[in-house]
Design a protein around this ligand. Sequence first.
Ligand code: GAR
Length: 197
Amino acid sequence: MKRIAIFASGSGSNAENIARYFSGSNDIEISLILSNKKEAFVHERAKKLGIPSYTFSKTEFDEADLILETLQQYEIDFIVLAGFLLKVPRPILEAFPNRIINIHPALLPKYGGKGMYGDRVHRAVIDAGEKESGISIHYVNEHYDEGNIIFQATCEVLPSDSPDDIAQKVHQLEYNYFPEVIEKIVRNNNFDKIHKK
Ligand code: GAR
């Protein structure tokens, strides 16, 4: 059994979608959900899904000891960031080499970096007059949104689109592709085998 931990800071609709995708699997499981926000809706989702979820502070995250202990306790093999807003500290990166991935709601390398999350990303895409946006799934390294890109998918941006309209299109891409990409990476641990759009 491969055990995945999801880190999420907000609503957690991706976390839920991923958990539902793997709920029928007999060799991949979402075993744990961790968040830096106590009030994040992802905890409600975790409760309904029967997945343990915990909150940690930014200091605990940066110090990493408690997080690493928890990941070890749940025998976690792989980490997925799904709407998670903190930079992953070195000890966690070193404990999970090439085994942490993130989803970003735009076509990296554009519109990434510190502070670029949620609607801020979609607003920047609109302000730049882009005709398309999309999702980027990438390995996580010590810089925000800079690890190797594994997979991208695109959606159209219309002149009349609001940040919310783009968010909806992007979420649909995330729901369609993220679980499948996670499955491929966890099975092969090799992103070269994944078709890059
Ligand atoms: C997702 O669109 C994800 O790509 C984005 O936050 C949203 C979380 O939605 N992540 C970032 O912006 C990271 N920089 P969710 O909580 O409903 O899954």
